[in-house]
Design a protein around this ligand. Structure first.
Ligand code: SAH
Length: 245
């Protein structure tokens, strides 16, 4: 269960493209919760902190090479403007070099006060920004995006759906993929027959214990077949003997 927050979960996003927010987070359950004031989203334009006449936020990389690098001075001012010293929220930098986001990390973030998220563009940010403002790099996977905004949307979406009152059924968060370290079992609904395919007998049996066992078996089978990495840590955690063969 998610621990109840004392304060509203609040996320500040620093970006060159504030119009990308709330974007998809303004829709569906996350959007309803946003409009209902269950969480708050504050996008701010990094460019507002540029001081020169061209309002530049980036410059050429020291040492040469392609592309542009976001300036540490501009970024630091942008961070300080939304998260002065003493702001308890973790400061995150979307970055392919970060630790890949996991459900347990998402859960921990959702239980906290919110987040301050810096979205990179171009080749990324001046390295000094990271140390000077205590940023934690977070990746959403081993591929390269053109900017941090979509990554920030991913991270925020995953957190917001765990906040109390956001999802229709609180319980559904506990059963789904990764919650127990396994991928989720398959779902079915009406019609009973679709293009000649039926629903597994056990699911219409009305025997809840049997249904529970079947779902657990399916979850384990899928995880074993598709995600040997998850399966290995699941076995290690539950200290189950590995199946024969
Ligand atoms: N030159 C960098 C890539 C820069 S991509 C490199 O090779 O590592 C531009 C921005 O997109 C990054 O600063 C980061 O904020 C964002 N980004 C790209 N891929 C990402 C990923 N997998 N996860 C999170 N953010 C990512």
């Amino acid at each position: 269960m998610l621990k109840q927050n004392k304060h509203m979960w609040r996320v500040s996003v620093l970006t060159l493209f504030p119009d990308m927010f709330p974007g998809p987070l303004g829709q569906s359950l996350a959007g309803k919760a946003l409009h209902a004031g269950l969480w708050a989203l504050e996008p701010t334009d990094i460019r507002a902190q540029a001081t020169d006449k061209h309002r530049s936020v980036d410059d050429t990389p020291a040492g040469g090479g392609p592309g542009m690098v976001m300036r540490a001075d501009v970024l630091a001012r942008a961070i300080d403007a939304v998260a002065p010293e003493g702001d308890p929220r973790p400061r995150l930098l979307m970055s392919p070099r970060g630790m890949p986001l996991t459900q347990s990390r998402v859960q921990a973030l959702a239980e906290g006060p919110g987040a301050v998220i810096l979205c990179g563009r171009f080749e990324g940010v001046d390295e000094r920004t990271i140390a000077a403002r205590g940023l934690t790099e977070v990746s959403i996977g081993d591929y390269v995006l053109s900017g941090g905004e979509i990554g920030a949307l991913v991270l925020i979406d995953a957190c917001v759906r765990l906040l109390p009152g956001v999802m229709g059924k609180e319980a559904s968060g506990l059963e789904e993929s990764f919650a127990a370290g396994l991928l989720e079992y398959p779902h079915y609904t009406r019609p009973a027959e679709f293009e000649g395919l039926t629903i597994p007998e056990v699911l219409v049996s009305g025997d809840h214990a049997k249904v529970g066992r079947w779902r657990r078996e399916q979850a384990e089978k899928l995880t074993r077949e598709r995600r040997p990495d998850l399966w290995a840590s699941y076995l290690a955690k539950s200290r189950k003997p590995a199946p024969e063969g």
